[in-house]
Structures are given as C-alpha cells and as structure tokens.
Design a protein around this ligand. Structure first.
Ligand code: ARG
Length: 581
C-alpha cells in the first residue's frame, strides 16, 4: 500500500470513529513545508462545514481517534484545523527497505480490462513525427497500467483502408509488372506515395486504373486484395522496425486496423437508421448531435455514410468502439490521438452513448496532445518544409548522442559506445516529449533534450549510472556485497528523510499517471528523486573514511533503492538504463 493510501485509510477510520459523516474525505497529502510535518490531513475543515461545527474541535477529535502507533511520533493541529503528521524515522526506514519497485502491483487490478488505442499510423505513408507522440505517450501509459496489474489490450488502429490505396496498388502493380520486387519498391513509402500521386495527377489512364482498383478492392476482388495484403504487410514491417528502435511495446498482434471493421459498417449504419439516430440528408446518412450544437444552436452533423455509399473515419471508429466493448469487454477505453481530432472523438463518443453501444460504467477517454514544434515555433518540418520521417529523426538522435557520449568516454570501444548512444539518443527523444504536459504543444530542440543537465533523459540515465558506480566501488574497494544491503535503513539526516519520503511516493505517482494518463507526472517525480539523491550524496558521505559501518550500509541501501526506483520508473517510460555512460 502506498504511504498516502495508508495514512488516508487511518485518518478515515478516525473520522468515522469521531462520528463524522462517511462522505467527508480525509484529504491526506505530503506537506509542502517540513515545518508542517511530513504529511497533512486537511479533512477537518470540510467535515466541520458539513457538521456546522468548529474545525479545530473536529481536528482534535480526529486526532483522539487516530491510531498511528509506531508510524508517527508527533501529530499536531495547526492553523484553522490542519492535522500535521510527523512520521517516525524508524518506521520510514523499514518501509523503505520493504519497497520493491521492480515487482509492480501488489493490488490486484486484473479484473479490469483497459483497451488502449495508440500509435495508429496510416499505412499508405511512412511513419512521421506526427505519430511519435501517440506512440510514446500511449506506450508509457500502457506500461504503467500493466505495472499496476490491469489487463491491458493494445489496439493499433492503423489506417489500412481507403481510396488512396487504389492509386498505391495500381502503382505497385505496374512496378511489379516491370519485374520490381515489392519489398524493394516499397522501401521508401514516402517516395512511393509521391510517385503514385504524380502519376495519378498526370496520367489519365493510370488514374482510371486507380479508381477501378478502389472499386475492386471494396468489392473483394481476390487479385487486388492479395496486392493490398502485400502492401499492408510491408508497410507494417516498417512500423514494427520503428517500434523496435523506439522501444515501444507494440507488436504485430496488436494491429487491428480500419479494414477489420469493413463487414460491420453496413450493419452499423442500418442499426443507427432503425434507432432513428441516423437520418438521410442530401443523400448521405447523418447523425445530428444537439449536444455539440454551435453558437447558433445548429446541431453538429456526423456523417456516417456518404451519398455515394462510402463510409467515413467516424463510421469505422464507431464499429471499433463497439468491438472493444462487446468482444474485448473493455471497462475503460483510452485513445491517444492528436488534439486536432477532439471534435471527431467527442462525436464518436456521443453517438456511441446514444446508440447504447456503451453503458455508463464504461469510461471513454480521449487523451489528446499538442503538436511537436520546431525551434521557430512552427510545426516541426525538414529544412525544405517536408514532413520529418520518424526513422531519420531517430537515427539522428543516436548519431548526436554518439558524439556526446564519445566526448565523455573516449576510451570505450566502438560497439559499447554505440549501444550506449542508442539508449541515450532514443531516451532523450522520448523523455523530452513525455516530460511536458501532454496537452501543450512542445518545441523540439536537440540541444536541450541531449543535455546532461536539467530535466532530461540523459540526466536521469546518468544519475542511475552514478549510483551504480558507487555500489560497484563499495563492492570492489570496501568488499560490501549486495546481500549485505537492504537490511536496515536508518533515517537520521534531513536529506535521508527527504529521500526516503520521496521513494515511498513512487506508488502514488504511478497510480496518478494511470488514472489521468499523464506520464509527465512520473518524469517530474523521477527528476525530483534524482535531484534529492544528489543533495543527499553531498550531505551524507558514503564511502569516505570516517563514516561508520552502520551509516555506510544504510546509505548504500538507500542509494540502491533510488537506483531501483529510477530503473523501474524509466522502464515504465520505455527508457533503458545502463551501467555506464
Ligand atoms: N490513423 C489516424 C491518423 O493517423 C489515427 C487513428 C487514431 N485512432 C482512432 N481510433 N481514430 O490520424
């Protein structure tokens, strides 16, 4: 159980015993200032309001019933009725020893199924920076949910259907007819797409074939379907390469693209018509939503079938949602998609609710994020104004990291350097994105993300390696074995206490990340933890002569815990640590 949960629970019991109504919350949180104890319970004010009574008197009666024997050595009332809790150092030490960050959840959440929709590139094109945020933010949340023991089902809702495939397949067909191998032809999807587009715009005959292929594809023509399957496979391999480079946990099994819902679209539209939700408007099938009316009171139109019979992005999303509820049995569905698709998601959610696809227990959540900007404050582009391919961006990250890492360790061999650089480069790109509040746009800047100072990936990886090197040194120079550590942690200095308290807040932080899908909270936590470690290390020598055996072991154990939490926390963000860098 986390520190905050434990204290909240005890305060709640005391409130009950004091006769306070059950709906009054204990409001337990870490104190902002050490003078006010380690934790504060601020529930007395609310309770006093509800009971029309004096808050200090209520606080007093809560304290009288509060059992924190062995946990707190001082409990006092401050100001209008704050309860300040000063924790027992010995207890804190024991709790810290018991912390096992590598294990994940003790609480069983496995009865809850959470479906997470993320990454979802369009297979017609190369993955570009626009997919970076969804992939890494979504994956950090997925890892966190799994860590907490939830049953998580990843859904990579790739764009693998639509009219643009007509043009692409026609081009692929003609390349293959010339003897070109499909994998080679599709080596660079971006170039391939552009070639097909030029032909489509300039060659009337090609454009006709392309249109014909769309009809054939939709009609289930075996030859064209086979061609489509080939294209899709090759494009998916490109995405899979990127996931691997990025250390994102998506696999081929998580792909369930738009095409998977084809057979359900007609059924879905018919159902919405029967429910009188969809109506014919200019030949199209439209659901009008007064819930999202504009300022003139006109309802928001959601087109689910065009006049020519074609289905839309919203139709597929509705079918996907229904599948996730009925077949995957989701209790919560999270979507990690660009903020520009907010209206689309709202529309889908409202139609689904009105149509009865979901009941009120199922939580539908669009977790949006801002755009990645260049240094000039405009959306991130190549020098010539093109979209930046994710693959080249990641290569550049590793190259730049190699230069920095090499400068720090000129003696390491090339292979080791490259391995470190890959982890540092990818970690830097991911961390720079994850550490910002996701709803904001953010500025992509190589120099700041690769810096070893400040709230960056390399800083945290470096903090980890520093602790590991202290532990190695203890072993080599002082003959202290790992098995000797972690038995007792004595909390004496203020810096030790601050560090232990922070360590014990790891679980609270992880739970908050999972509840709100906000990985930046974990970044801030890890950065604070690393900074507190540095302060502790300056104030509390470990391996210096003159340090008592007891202090040495205790401080080494505390350091070991910090390294474990850093490793586990960065692991949840999909960032690797290493022994040296
Ligand atoms: N393929 C879409 C795009 O690249 C994103 C899909 C997001 N997921 C969803 N269920 N709509 O913009």
């Amino acid at each position: 159980m986390s520190l905050r949960h434990l204290l909240s629970h005890r305060v709640s019991l005391a409130m009950q015993a004091a006769g306070i109504p059950a709906e009054c919350q204990p409001h337990v949180a870490p104190s902002k200032n050490a003078n006010f104890g380690d934790y504060q319970a601020n529930g007395a004010m609310g309770a006093a309001k509800a009971m029309k009574s004096n808050p200090r008197a209520i606080a007093q009666s809560i304290i009288e019933h509060l059992d924190l024997e062995g946990i707190a050595h001082k409990i006092e009332i401050a100001g209008p009725g704050f309860i300040n809790i000063h924790l027992e150092p010995q207890w804190l030490g024991a709790q810290t020893v018991a912390l096992t960050p590598s294990l994940g959840a003790i609480a069983a959440n496995s009865e809850k199924t959470i479906v997470v929709d993320y990454s979802a590139p369009n297979l017609a094109k190369e993955m570009h920076v626009g997919h970076l945020r969804s992939s890494i933010i979504g994956d950090a949340v997925v890892q966190t949910l799994e860590y907490l023991g939830y049953k998580v089902i990843r859904q990579n809702h790739v764009g693998d259907w639509g009219t643009q495939f007509g043009m692409l397949l026609a081009h692929l067909q003609s390349q293959m007819a010339k003897g070109e191998n499909p994998t080679l032809a599709l080596k660079d999807l971006e170039v391939f797409y552009q070639q097909a587009k030029v032909r489509f715009d300039q060659e009337p005959e090609f454009a006709n074939t392309a249109r014909e292929y769309v009809v054939k594809l939709q009609g289930g023509d075996a030859k064209i379907l086979e061609l489509w399957r080939q294209f899709r496979e090759i494009s998916l391999t490109h995405s899979q390469d990127i996931y691997q480079k990025l250390n994102v946990s998506l696999t081929a099994d998580d792909v369930r693209g738009e095409s998977a819902y084809n057979d359900d679209l007609a059924v879905l539209v018919k159902g919405l018509q029967e429910q009188k939700l969809a109506v014919t408007d200019n030949g199209a099938q439209v659901v009008f939503l007064p819930e999202l009316a504009n300022k003139d009171g006109e309802p928001s139109p959601v087109i689910i079938q065009k006049a020519d019979g074609g289905y839309l992005y919203a139709t597929t999303d509705l079918a996907a949602l229904r599948y996730r509820v009925n077949t995957l049995k989701a209790d919560r569905i999270l979507y990690f998609i660009d903020a520009r698709q907010s209206l689309h998601m709202q529309q889908v959610f409202i139609v689904a609710q009105k149509a009865g696809f979901v009941d009120e227990h199922i939580s539908l959540e669009h977790h949006s994020f801002g755009t990645m900007m260049g240094k000039d404050g405009k959306p991130f582009k190549t020098r010539t104004g093109g979209t930046v391919k994710l693959a080249s961006l990641l290569d550049e990250a590793c190259e730049r990291a190699l230069t920095t890492v090499k400068a720090k360790n000129p003696d390491l061999d090339a292979q080791t350097l490259q391995n470190i650089a890959n982890k540092v480069g990818i970690g830097a790109v991911k961390y720079a994105d994850l550490c910002k509040t996701r709803t904001n746009d953010y500025i992509f800047n190589w120099d700041s993300m690769l810096s070893f100072e400040g709230n960056t990936g390399p800083y945290l990886q470096y903090a980890y390696t520093r602790i590991r090197s202290i532990l190695r040194k203890a072993n080599i120079e002082k003959n202290i074995e790992a098995s000797q550590l972690n038995n007792t942690i004595h909390i004496k200095a203020d810096q030790e206490k601050a560090l232990a308290l922070k360590l014990l807040q790891f679980n609270d932080c992880v739970e908050q990340v999972a509840a709100e899908a906000l990985p930046h909270l974990l970044c801030t936590y890890l950065y604070d933890l690393a900074s507190l470690f540095m302060t502790f290390y300056e104030a509390c020598p470990i391996l210096k002569d003159g340090v008592s055996e007891e202090d040495k072991l205790s401080r080494l154990s505390l350091s070991l815990k910090v390294s474990e939490v850093l490793e586990a926390g960065l692991g949840l963000l999909g960032i690797d640590v290493m022994e040296q860098m």
